[in-house]
Design a protein around this ligand. Sequence first.
Ligand code: Q5B
Length: 258
Amino acid sequence: GEVVVEPLIRTTIADDRGEEPRYMGYAASELCQKGYGIEHTIGLLWGKRLPSQEEAEIIKRIIMISADHGPAVSGAFGAIIASCAGIDLPQAVSAGMTMIGPRFGGAVTNAGKYFKMGADEYPNDIPGFLAWMKKNVGPVPGIGHRVKSLKNPDRRVKYLVDYVKNQTKLHTPVLNFALEVEKVTTGKKDNLILNVDGAMGCILVDLGYPSHTLNGFFVLARTIGMIGHWIDQQEQNARLIRVYDYLINYAVREPREV
Ligand code: Q5B
């Protein structure tokens, strides 16, 4: 008789059973032919719908602006060390990826989540929001930067905020709330600015992306940069990195007899 097999997995986004992959039903080649870009592919595979041209332009800018931030940041530095140690591209990039977390690059999801919560539950009460965050979460995700500050502003953030607010019709309640939070936090310490993770998170939530998708945008964008750093080191035949003694504070015991 007929054997009924339970499916092992269920997918809702892509189908490769025809002549070519279809993303949410759209043939990949047709998307290319009709002039859609990588930002539309992201919209289909992550947000399950074709973004409007205005939404796609925002997504494109988010990816472009966060693709790299130089060799000094945790992710690029990790990938560079690996490249210099002779590690192949996928493993070197994954070494850099491992750095993406709550302090570096991986605050996008929680920034979107908590700024949305704040905009919904503390719309006119920033001190109340900050007190709740301090008690329940800790440092506000999306606020603070190691080197950027009011005196040394982050042009990426300024550009994104300005673009979304002045050149699109996007309704931005979550971003607006985060900007109000920034006014209070920078009043306490001038590096407690809305950072790039925070700006991305708020704008993406305002675009309708659920919070669990948000770190994906940083991961995708920074993969471009990390691959670039791996290639750059390989092309220079860079040597194995060993940290010089003067960069280490050896807070150790004096040599002594056992
Ligand atoms: N304090 C980012 O900290 C950093 C506070 C805060 C309330 C906060 C910190 C933080 C939240 C996580 C976040 C994304 C660790 C950053 C990114 C991409 C990047 C990276 C690049 C790129 C920096 C000193 C004092 C303490 C803290 C207080 C700090 N943050 N209070 N809310 N959010 N942010 N990460 O300067 O009284 O002295 O004990 O965790 O959003 O990753 O370019 O480098 O593109 O690659 O090292 O931009 O802000 O200072 O942690 O020693 O804190 O400030 O409580 O107060 P710092 P800490 P106190 S964007």
